[in-house]
Design a binder for this molecule. Sequence first.
Ligand code: FES
Length: 104
Amino acid sequence: MTRIGYIQPDGTRVIVDAAPGDTVMSAALTGDVDGIVGECGGNMMCATCHVYVEESSADRLPAMTDDEDQMLHCTEAPRTAISRLSCQLPADDPMVVTVPGSPT
Ligand code: FES
């Protein structure tokens, strides 16, 4: 089991034990984490799994593909330098991600 932390826009933190083979998105769905929908089931067609990763974790993550880069232009909340699609992030190592809030 790998512990994944999800920080909500209001600062509350949810910890989920990810199972082997989980992504950060699938673990969030298992843990009922608000704000991560995963509408397309991890096929990079929705961007409803957008998260902000801690910069300290960024080096351990797989490189962003062109498809992920394109889909990140479709996020509801602003894209930043630390934006990723959580369906593309293996939950192999403990990490903390921030769930974007709704744009104001
Ligand atoms: Fe749809 Fe990640 S779940 S893009």
